[in-house]
Ligand binder design. Structure first.
Ligand code: ADP
Ligand code: MG
Length: 251
């Protein structure tokens, strides 16, 4: 069964970047195959990994809602939708990507969502790792898989609002009980080194284990600015810290 990592935290803290760095590092270590799930409606994990955006789950869901009345004879709704789901897996070297996209329109998604959940649950045994990038909220987590999460990483920055998010996330996590096995926190892009200690101090109130501090990385910044893939970032301060974090998580 794949080992799963999910990212959470306030918008702009670096969740997507860290998800991409984790995937990049796991690929470099030959730890694939990895299933990357982009569960942010404003999808951009793929572009950080050099993948041109294709169809999303949201697109397939819309299409299925439109076509459901004119299905070919003998085809069930579930069959039809599953065919579409297989279209959206983007295959790359060492990893595959599924992009959730938006759930627009006024149709009822409950049934289709349950098929998505089953789809991801069924897929995950074929992979060694599952890396899930999320929106700021955690609602997605239970919508996209019924599986347990092995490691949830909450990302915070110097922005005090990111602490507030981490606090509310840790409260939600407490309600989710044993579905989340390990709960971690990492700091990212801390500009003032002397603040690190204070941040760790403030974190002591939250029930999350502190496992790393990812520095502002000029090389990473340049790659993103050029629109290149983070898979090309082989040796840099951020990647080195990601390696340490992965060792703690068990990679
Ligand atoms: N360690 C880092 N060094 C330099 N830039 C970073 C770092 N982490 C994130 N960024 C930049 O910060 C911005 C927000 O990151 P992003 O991963 O999109 O956040 P989120 O997914 O949490 O909204 C992006 O422009 C990203 O390139
Ligand atoms: Mg993001």
């Amino acid at each position: 069964m794949a080992q799963s990592i999910a990212l959470a935290g306030k918008g702009g803290t670096g969740k997507t970047t860290i998800a991409a760095l984790l995937i990049s590092r796991l690929c470099a270590l030959g730890k694939g195959p990895i299933l990357a799930v982009d569960a942010d409606a404003d999808a951009n994990l793929g572009s950080l990994l050099g993948i041109t955006p294709g169809k999303t789950l949201g697109d397939i869901r819309e299409q299925a809602l439109k076509d459901i009345k004119k299905l070919p004879a003998g085809m069930t709704k579930a069959n039809y939708f599953e065919l579409g789901l297989h279209e959206i897996i983007e295959e790359s070297k060492g990893f595959d990507l599924i992009t959730m996209g938006r759930a627009e329109g006024s149709g009822c998604y409950c049934y289709l969502n349950s098929l998505i959940r089953k789809f991801i649950d069924d897929l995950s045994p074929s992979y060694n790792w599952l890396v899930m990038d999320n929106e700021a909220g955690l609602e997605h987590l239970s919508r996209q898989t019924t599986r347990d999460i092995d490691a949830l990483i909450v990302v915070i920055t110097e922005n005090p609002l990111s602490f507030q998010s981490a606090t509310s996330i840790s409260e939600i996590l407490a309600d989710m009980g044993s579905r989340i096995k390990k709960k971690y926190v990492v700091t990212n892009m801390i500009k003032h080194n002397n603040r690190k200690e204070e941040i760790i101090e403030r974190l002591s109130d939250i029930n999350l284990e502190y496992i790393g501090n990812i520095p502002i990385d000029e090389e990473l910044d340049e790659i993103i600015f050029r629109g290149d893939s983070l898979l090309n970032l082989k040796d840099s301060p951020a990647i080195n810290e990601i390696s340490k974090i992965l060792e703690i998580i068990g990679g």
